[in-house]
Every structure is written in structure tokens, then in C-alpha cells.
Design a protein around this ligand. Sequence first.
Ligand code: G3I
Length: 345
Amino acid sequence: SIPSLKETFKNDFLIGTAINPAQIEEKDPAAARLIPMQFNAVTPENSMKAAFIHPGWDQYNFTLADQLVEYGKKHHIKITAHTLIWHSQLPGFVRGMKNPDSLRQYFTNHITTLASRYDGKVFSWDVVNEALDDNGSLRQSIFLQQLGEDYIVEAFRLAQQAAPHTELYYNDYNIEQPKKRAGAIALIKKIKKAGVRIDGVGIQGHWRASHIPLAEIEQSILDFSALGVKVMFTELDLSVLPNPWDRDNADVSATADNSTAKDPYPNGLPDSMQTVLAKGYEDLFNLFVKHKDKISRVTFWGVNDGQSWLNNFPVRGRTNYPLLFDRAFNAKPAFYSVIATGKER
Ligand code: G3I
């Protein structure tokens, strides 16, 4: 048997994973065994997004979310529901909306229905997801265009009214980067100034194993916690493959040329890259442990490499290896490097 992540960090922060329906329904026996041993927090990877849970005006698919609540209760796992307001994965009936009054009615119904139904059953909600541009201003979206720039404050206000017993978070990627971080800070201050509750901020953490922005991450932990909100890493994975748009791929053994190959490592991830991945996770977790008093949760975006969205992004069908467990659920060297950061104290 292997050590447990949740036990190793139990005095520091929660350890979470994104979870999919087969895992919730325990149709995936290996995952069903591993998840409760290793994790004390879960986030549904897709099943509580608007397109899945609210496909028509008066039509809701609560089944998977209700199963998730039962699953969490059974295994003493905290659930972060994901996500109420996001420009992506919107149902068709919302995507085509031209009338701001209809959109506002959807917005109010959606938040109120879901936040109230799961209040006291989930631990937290990602109320708004990815509302900022890389330059720190509000991202163009159907919500910004039709509801105006106060829509984020309004989303938190509605969630607060409907879910008084649920923690409410803002979640985004790249918010460790200075410009976007400044935008997130301004947003959190605006919500607080309006007298509306926001409990935490989620830094997603989709990075490349060889290019982790450690200094910016550390500054973000300090800056966000100074606002009096919980700081979380919510969608952690470390890609071992170059992105087609990256100029400098020199430190990655896959060349720019084979970065679009479906599997750049047909014989499995080589030791050299296992080491790069393990080092990336080690550096990150050393930082997390250093600031454990300011970090409340670290969630991986998937249990094992086979589940990762990075197998379809930025190159569809490309085999990636970003997580702590391989496709056969074996713990990788990166798993042990993470465990070591918690043990060596
Ligand atoms: O469920 C349908 C299925 O019915 C259909 O046959 C199939 C055909 O493509 O698609 C299935 O939906 C897919 C869904 O995952 C569930 O598997 C979507 O196409 C696919 O786009 C979707 O991808 C998800 C992605 O969000 C959507 O934007 C990834 O699994 C999920 O990991 C990813 O997660 C996001 C976070 O929510 C927010 N932050 C970024 C992160 C990574 O993109």
C-alpha cells in the first residue's frame, strides 16, 4: 500500500481531485478505491456545469449532483460545486439568447435554484469562473455584454441569499500573473465593498512542469490572503508537453516537431520527464507547505493521467502525463515527491 496524500497534509490543507460520473457511481473500481484513500475534497469535473445540469428553461438534471452529494457524505469528502456562472459550457438555450431580460431571468433562476438546492450539502461553490482577461479587465462574454459589469457582484449576492451555509469562491486561471492578478484583486475588493460575501479565490494551476511561475505564485498567495479570503489551488496539473505556441521548448525532450504527435512518448513517459514532473510538483508543494497557514485546499484536475483534459488540449487526442497517478493507477515518482514535502518536517 502507498502513503496517503490527505493524511500527509491533514494539518495543512485539504487535498482534492476532479471527479467524473463513472467515479461517482463507482463504476470505475480502481478509482473508487483510490479516491477516498487519497482525497478529502472533490470537484465535479463537468456534471454541475450549466450545459449538463440545466439544459432547458425549466429542465434540470439533478441526478449526478445528488449522487455526488451522497458520495461525499459516505466518504467524508468535501464537495466544491463547479460552477454557477461561466461563459463556456452554457446550454444551447442560453447561448442563443438575444434579450437581456431573458438572460437575467435565466441568471437569477439558475443561481437561486442550484445554490439553494445544495446549500448545506456541498461545502462550497465556484460562483463565477474565468470572468477575467489576461490583461486584468473583464472578459467579453454574454453576461458582460447583456447584464453589464456588475453581473459578478450580482452573482455572489444571489448565491449568498440562496446558500447562507456554503462557501462562495471566484475561480480563474493565470491569476498568479501580475496583470490578471490585479484584476482579480480589484474584483474581490469590489464584491466586498458592495457588502457581498466572497469566501475564497481559486487559482486553477494549469502549468507546464518545466515552467512553473513560482515567484508569481508566492506573491499571489500573499496578495490574495491579505484580502482576507481563503486561497486555494483548484485545478492543478502539470503538462509535460510543449504547447504549439511556446517559443522555447528546449528544456522539454519532446521537440516542437513531435509536440503535435498523438503520443510523443510511445514507450511511456521516460525517466528524464518523470524527474521533471516530480521536481515541478516538489517545488510547488514546498511553496504550499511554506504558506500552509494561508492555503486551504489543493485540488488536482483528475485522478490519473487517463482522465486528464490535457489529453485533448491544446492538441486533440495527444497523450499527456500531468497527474500523480499513471493510466493504470500506479503512483508516479511525482506522487512520492509530493508526499516527501509533507513528511520532511
Ligand atoms: O458529455 C459529452 C458527450 O455526451 C459527448 O458525446 C462528447 C462528445 O465530444 O462530449 C461530452 O462532453 C465533453 C465534456 O468534457 C465531458 O466529457 C465536452 O465535449 C468537453 O469539451 C468537456 O471538456 C471539459 C472542459 O472543461 C470543457 O470546457 C473537460 O472535461 C474539463 O476538464 C474542463 O475543465 C475546465 C474547468 O471546468 C474550468 N477551468 C479549465 C478546465 C480545463 O479546461
